[in-house]
Design a protein around this ligand. Sequence first.
Ligand code: ADP
Length: 439
Amino acid sequence: MSPSWRIVWRQLTLLFLAAALLGGITGYLLLCLLLAALSSLGWQLWRLHRLDQWLDGDREAGPPPAGPVWDGIQAHIARLRRQNRKRKRKLSRLLEQFQQAIAALPDAAVLLTEDDKLLWCNDRSRPLLGLAAGRDHGLPITHLLRHPDFVAFLNQRRNGDSVEFSSPVEDGLLLSARIAPYGKKQRLLLATDISRVRRLEQMRREFVANVSHELRTPLTVIAGYLETLLDSDDPALTLWEQPLRRMQQQSGRMLHIIEDLLLLARLESQKERAPFKPVAVPALLADIAEDAIAISGDQGHQISMVADPGLWLLGCEKELRSAFANLANNAVRYTPAGGQIDLRWFADEQGLHLVVADNGEGIAPQHVPRLTERFYRVNRDRSRSSGGTGLGLSIVKHILNNHGGQLRIESELGAGSVFTCDFPPELRVASGCSEPESR
Ligand code: ADP
């Protein structure tokens, strides 16, 4: 037992002994004991009242002297209060630093409640999103930012994704927004100005398209003259036949690259998008299989085709033909003579799929993620000698993106490759239909 409790017990014992003695002398033992108990209770209540006053009163003042046990309790409370004050000061310093850091961000940062109401936003939110922390506090963010793409993105609640939309404040300002979960069911909206990046991308695209366009005419002229020279019966040219053929080959290759670059530029440009129409993929695939057999020629590849005859796709036929033909031609080019190539077209719950599988040379795993980059080739010489430009899979990826789809590549070195084009189920149309099935 602590010394202070010992003192209290001693005081109580003395009090009750004195009360019992007085009771014995006066003949009112019970009354005296009751008075002693009441006075002890009154004293403790009085201490409790003083403690309460002190807790309510000046926080900085020390506790008043209160006697054994109470002094200990008050000292303990005073220590807790001091620690609490220190912790609070530290937390508010941290909060201040955090708010200063968020305020200094070059991006807009907006804190949202669980039901997407604005809690707080930094200063950059005003020039980028037109939001002000004080004025807009508690308002639903969809009343403040009404761009349909942003509203759809917000309702999807897919953290980690991003959406691009134009700023409601300044024309020509393009924003990219992301949402991250924050604290207890809150969400942090971050919006970045990406106008400069997009402008640079646009300049790069236009530059490549312009250069390709400018080169096409002189190259076509050169190719034309080379053809004329090769067709000529002039004996003086016999000596030059070999170099002329090489020149014709190379100019043909350059024209092929230029055509592919122009096609990529067209695919990237949003302006020239042809409207989607129902495409008879089974018939398209039959054509492509025939072309692949022709390309294979003497190499005798086994080319099979399995297509759901009633399954059509809503899309751009020219682009789809180019994508599927690219995959089929690659399969022929990268599969040794006599190899097996399978084309499959089917649908499942996830969507529609076109598969081009071969048992050719396959691709080592480190190359697979980079195959759709422009001019990325596993073996440059091998690609060139078989007439490749290094742009084929990049074109396929763009075409699939334009259709809301994606390209999946699975491959094993020496065993073969499987290229799968996935399309969303809403692009499904019944055969012969002029309208989409599910729209
Ligand atoms: P390329 O014109 O060089 O074929 P692509 O973009 O079509 O360019 O393909 C990029 C690279 O991917 C090719 O160089 C080749 O190495 C590899 N590749 C594409 N298809 C296949 C395939 N079916 N089997 C093995 N490798 C392939």
